[in-house]
Design a protein around this ligand. Sequence first.
Ligand code: SIN
Length: 286
Amino acid sequence: MTVATQTSFDVVPLTKHIGAEIRGLNLGDTLDAATIDRIHQAWLDHSVLLFRGQKIEQEDLLRVTEYFGPIGPLGRPAKFFPKGYSRLLPNIMMISNIRENGETIGALPDGEMNFHHDMIHHEVPHNGTLLYSLEIPSYGGDTLFASGYAAYDTLDPALKAKLEGRRALHHYNYGSTQRGVGGVGATAQAEHPVFRTHEDTGRKAIYINRLMTKLVIGLPQEESDALLEALFDHSEKPEFVYRHVWKVGDLLIWDNRCSTHARDDFPSDQRRLMLRTTVQGTVRPA
Ligand code: SIN
């Protein structure tokens, strides 16, 4: 490991509204404060950052996570390790479909996931999530990111006026990764504003999602369902979305305050293994 000083790097936008690739940085190096500040600013500007071709250890992943804020605690230690991996450090989660002794070794194992904000069912949701790819299937399993800012900025004014100042209820029930499938009971839930103001950028973003948002508070279920459906459809329009096609060694960080993400289906008989960390939230969404 080398300590970098005043590293120059390029920020290359991936789409008009969301995502940028950072080129020219090796995250195995410890970066200097000025470089970290520039990366942090790029994250605020683009909501999702991509670093390709990284060869990093778990210690590096934790160090990089801290460039963006305090590490979020994840209380889910691995029970098994796949061939070739002998440990998992605290606060790193495996996202994987690999099974050992008939049991999944990681979280969110199989298939498609609807758009969602990580941890929106908590009073203080995590600010960010990092995902580092170690094994990927030959096709599928893309992760899609939608800009909540672009969706808010272009929302129909009548719909905006109707929902401005309202709050919504969000459930966690990952018995399923798709809306309306599996159990209906929440294992945890929280209420937040339908439109969230990002505490660092001051910009407003749509803050509801298809997977976890159940109700606009104070509206009859039928009216709430219709409004939410319109918001989901608008928020997921292709022009607001960056689709990430994974390569081994990609590291992504996304901002859960102003973006949602979803996952495409992939072959269940092909291995997919990612390491995931989170950046803790510091405020209640407002
Ligand atoms: C997630 O939603 O946190 C996982 C996304 C993925 O597996 O691509």
